[in-house]
Each structure stands twice: as structure tokens, then as C-alpha cells.
Unconditional design. Structure first.
Length: 226
């Protein structure tokens, strides 16, 4: 199954809003860190419901915002959730971004980068479209150190890339992006029950669930264009 087919089905079933609710737990903290100034141009890769660019417009006064997704249904849904004339939603490929060189101030992606067919090519494209000094905020929950995410590949037909923290840093640098920061953002919104409730929601022990959400959470890697 292609990415388009997979996520068209998700959008049709309303799962875009479910993803927004779950991702927001950590995305809100990462978005707050972005050095967005009023009028800046923002690109969101794998926009889903478009929540990230809506948030940046509302909280930081972002200017022109673009949400790119490989799923036409996702892009259609995202467009229906905003009435801003300065927000555009396009169907596109991560490896061939439909934007001019040095045309974007900041790029954001949450739980989407690992779907790229060629993540190295995607990083080169991000570096190409960013203005000098522009930032790339890349947030993922599916990564090597998060052992609790490894089984996710079994639940989806689309091939995903599972990199380590160091592989993210090396790939950013190879693409010409200076790694300005990398850390974990814990999810403190998910409620974790007492020990006697386990096994619970796929976790054998409470310690496993604490590690997954509070400690490992979302891996955020921040790159800056030269």
C-alpha cells in the first residue's frame, strides 16, 4: 500500500483529528521553541490536519503557511479546518518539495519524517528551500532508542525509517544543516495508572509506560540552514 492510500484511508476515517490530539501532547512544547517571527513563511511536512501551522499562526503570528502532505484527503481535510487565506495545503513528495530555493523561514514536521522514501534526499530538499539561518524542527516518536515504538512497523504497510539519535545528527550535517539542538520532550499529558493496573495498553509494567511517555517521549532534532 502506498503512503497516499494509507493516509487517504486515515483521513476518510477521521483519524487525522486523533493524530492531532495525540501529537499535541509534545508538539505544543516543540512549537513553542521555534524562533518564528511575525510574517515568517512556514512549511509543515506531513501536515495531517494542519494543526501545527494553525498554531504557529495563532500564537506567533506566522505569515504565509504551507502544509504539505502525500495524501490528498489529508490536505483536503486540513484546508477545511482553516479559513485563513494565508494558509495553503498542497499534495506533494518529501523528496521533491514544490518550493523555490531559499524561500522558507522555518520547516516543521511531526511524526512524518520517517515516512520519507529517501530521508537523506528529504533533508537536502529541506536545506535547499530554507533561507540562511532558517530552522528545521524534526519531531519523531518512532526512533531506535524508543524500544516501545519498534512494533509500530508491524501495524502499517508503509515502510518506515528507524534511525538512532546519532543517525539523525549525522544525516542533518551531511545535508548541510547545523545541528543546533537535540533532546527528548516527555509526554506528561498521558495518564499513567498505578502499578496494580498492569499489564495495561500494551505495556507489561508501569516502568515501561513511564519510560515510553515521560522519559523517551518525542525525539526533537533542530537543524539550522547555513
Amino acid at each position: 500500500m502506498s503512503i497516499r492510500q494509507e493516509f487517504d484511508a486515515w483521513a476518510t476515517d477521521g483519524r487525522d483529528k486523533g493524530m492531532e490530539d495525540r501529537h499535541w501532547h509534545t508538539a505544543k512544547h516543540a512549537l513553542a521553541r521555534m524562533p518564528v517571527e511575525p510574517g515568517d513563511t512556514i512549511l509543515d511536512l506531513g501536515t495531517g490536519s494542519g494543526y501545527a501551522v494553525r498554531a504557529l499562526r495563532e500564537t506567533k503570528g506566522a505569515g504565509r503557511t504551507y502544509g504539505l502532505d502525500g495524501s490528498p484527503e489529508m490536505a483536503r481535510n486540513a484546508r477545511s479546518y482553516t479559513d485563513s487565506l494565508d494558509s495553503g495545503y498542497v499534495v506533494g513528495d518529501f523528496d521533491d518539495l514544490p518550493f523555490a530555493d531559499n524561500s522558507v523561514d522555518h520547516v516543521w514536521t511531526m511524526e512524518a519524517f520517517y515516512y520519507a522514501k529517501d530521508p537523506h534526499s528529504t533533508l537536502r530538499e529541506v536545506a535547499r528551500v530554507l533561507k540562511p539561518g532558517g530552522t528545521f524542527y524534526c519531531a519523531v516518536n518512532y526512533y531506535e532508542e524508543n524500544v516501545h515504538s519498534h512494533h509500530w512497523q508491524d501495524n502499517i504497510a508503509v515502510e518506515m525509517t528507524r534511525w538512532t539519535r546519532d543517525q539523525y545528527r549525522a544525516a542533518f550535517r551531511e545535508a548541510g544543516l547545523y545541528v543546533a539542538a537535540q533532546d527528548h520532550i516527555g509526554d506528561f499529558d498521558v495518564e499513567i495508572p498505578d502499578e496494580d493496573a498492569f499489564p495495561y495498553e500494551g505495556f507489561d509494567t508501569r516502568a515501561d509506560m513511564v519510560e515510553r511517555y515521560r522519559e523517551l517521549g518525542t525525539l526533537l532534532t533542530v537543524g539550522v540552514a547555513h
